[in-house]
Design a binder for this molecule. Structure first.
Ligand code: ZN
Length: 585
């Protein structure tokens, strides 16, 4: 005992205190998981930790100016006032639809190069119409429940027939920013892409996203076996909570009942408007239960559902907290069906745009909190605009109308009979996926006809038909086009020789192809379809309104420069001059 007591007494008080402190420290470490701090790769030390692409489907370029006074301070205004706002941003190609837009923004090129020439197109070799992102090689994850298989076609409110297989970027022929980022970081970047629509998640993401999800029947988010065999646990948990059912049997009312919507958009009840999924022409719109998931897609609530998933993804995937920058692509789809059903001058489109302002505000607040202010760069754009309802245009004294694709095809066949087979009935047109007529090459060969002659005759006839501005032939598009033929140049940017047809029909401004389901649409080279916003916000971005002409495809180079990597290999649109405070490295 004595030596021990002697020893204790002999220790100075500070040694004892230090020992106790050490013990406490060791105990603390064993009780708390130490915070994982990832060292930033020196190559990316001064770069944003996360690049964010936000697409609003069918957010036309003029909306942000038209309704600027109605937005709050932290949504669109934050981008408009603290970022670069390109007001003169147009797609350079003619066929402005969702697949083409979503493929173009982060490849930095046009359909002629990336190969996504439409949402669907006719595949001559297969003898069928193919969807831009549906591949027979892959299946849905999780598999489609047997009970849902029968109703899948009904669930698609845009009336697209779902073919066999499931989503994959097989038909995309150019790399995206995501692919360039994976290459630059040895695969270490995290890439997440989310949307309601399959093509809008799949095409911006490129070939190797870590998570790519879109909505399927029942409001559940799904992926395909191209990406992985099982859902991420955070998606599984999200789906299990049935968050899509939140608005069942509710109504879609105006966000701002205090506001005179008619003053800022137009009357609520207009000739030509649709009714959606039993939603009616005027506010309030019932969400119902029979066609509820269609109504969800045709309402702003689908965007809110996606935003919830986006927040979960940011947290679960620790976006912006790795050693190298990450990429998040989000495409909010619901603005598009709302515009298709009620038209761009409707109170419904005003309302969804006001609600989109809140989506931007909430998304940026979440990014500020989880990634950090000034630690991410965000670009916001749209995939196309939209044409006013022909009825609304006519009321304003414009020449406007609808062209029936089936009548046009029938009459074109009759013209070809008259011209090339002395009136003998022949089937000349193999397929007519708008805006293309695909001629039957076997028939032309069998009759000893030169294809270019038939194309030219058909184009000449088309040019004389009501509602048609002009037509271009395959032979023209493969040859020399006059440099001052701006329209022809834009059609050529939409033309991929292996995927497009033989004669392209260009409708007059304010004319549409008739559709049983859609009151209005987009897909032309007219400015209401090509004009979209482009806003860039983040560290080093020179803020201000820009009037110089740009294309949305510049987004690929802009985000690449911000991250300090090479733009995707086929990108064509450069970074606009003076966008970044620092000179390009
Ligand atoms: Zn779209």
């Amino acid at each position: 005992m004595l030596p021990c007591c002697h020893y204790v007494r002999g220790m100075s008080r500070w040694v004892l205190a230090t020992g106790l402190l050490c013990l406490f420290f060791i105990f603390s470490l064993s009780c708390h998981r130490p915070m994982k701090v990832v060292a930033v790769d020196p190559q990316f030390r001064d770069r944003p930790r996360l690049a964010v692409l936000v697409i609003f489907d069918q957010l036309r370029g003029d909306y942000l100016e038209r309704w600027e006074s109605l937005f709050g301070e932290d949504g669109f205004h934050r981008l408009q006032h603290d970022g670069a706002w390109f007001q003169n941003c147009h797609y350079p190609y003619a066929h402005t639809v969702t697949g083409c837009g979503h493929a173009s923004v982060l490849t930095g090129c046009s359909p002629a190069t990336h190969g996504i020439v439409g949402n669907e197109w006719y595949d001559r070799a297969a003898g069928e119409v193919v969807n831009c992102v549906v591949s027979e090689r892959y299946q849905r994850v999780p598999p489609t429940p047997a009970a849902a298989k029968k109703t899948t076609a009904k669930e698609d409110s845009l009336g697209e027939k779902r073919t066999k297989g499931h989503g994959a970027p097989d038909r995309l022929l150019a790399p995206t920013l995501g692919d360039a980022l994976k290459a630059a970081t040895g695969g270490r970047s995290r890439i997440v892409s989310l949307s309601f629509k399959d093509r809008s998640a799949i095409l911006p993401a490129g070939r190797q996203p870590d998570a790519c999800y879109w909505s399927a029947e029942g409001g559940k988010f799904v992926t395909s076996t191209y990406y992985r065999e099982r859902l991420h646990p955070w998606v599984e948990k999200f789906n299990a909570g049935k968050p899509a059912d939140r608005w069942r049997d509710m109504t879609w009312d105006k966000l701002r009942p205090d506001l005179d919507y008619e003053r800022y958009s137009g009357p609520d009840d207009v000739a030509g408007e649709g009714k959606g999924a039993m939603q009616g022409r005027t506010f309030p719109h019932p969400m119902g239960s029979l066609l509820y998931y269609q109504a969800l897609y045709n309402s702003p609530f689908g965007n809110e559902l996606l935003l919830d998933l986006v927040k979960k993804a940011i947290d679960a995937e620790h976006l912006g907290h790795g050693p190298v920058p990450d990429l998040l692509c989000v495409s909010f789809s619901c603005n598009d069906p709302i515009g298709h059903i009620w038209g761009p001058d409707s109170q419904e489109v005003l309302d969804v745009t006001l609600r989109s302002d809140l989506i931007v505000k909430e998304l940026m607040a979440h990014l500020d909190a989880r990634v950090g202010k000034d630690r991410y760069i965000l670009a916001l754009t749209a995939d196309h605009g939209v044409c006013p309802l022909p009825e609304v245009s006519r009321a304003k004294g414009k020449d406007a109308g609808r062209v029936s694709p089936s009548v046009l095809r029938r009459e074109a066949e009759a013209f070809l009979d008259e011209t090339f087979s002395k009136g003998e009935k022949t089937r000349w047109i193999e397929n007519s996926s708008e805006p293309w007529f695909y001629l039957r090459r076997d028939v032309l060969q069998g009759r000893g006809l030169k294809q270019s002659d038939v194309e030219e005759a058909l184009a000449g006839w088309l040019k004389k038909q009501p509602g048609i501005q002009t037509a271009y032939t395959r032979t023209q598009l493969l040859g020399e086009l006059p440099a001052d033929d701006a329209l022809g140049q834009s059609v050529r940017l939409s033309f991929h020789p292996d995927r497009c047809g033989d004669v392209a029909i260009i409708l007059k401004p304010y004319y549409l192809f008739t559709s049983a389901l859609l009151a209005t649409s987009h897909s032309s080279s007219h400015s209401y379809d090509t004009h979209v916003p482009l806003l860039v916000h983040g560290p080093g971005v020179q803020k201000g309104i820009r009037k110089d002409p740009v294309t949305p495809q510049a987004t690929a180079a802009i985000l690449a420069q911000a991250l300090g990597i090479k733009p995707p290999a086929r990108s064509e649109a450069p970074v606009p001059d003076g966008l970044f405070n620092e000179p390009a490295k």
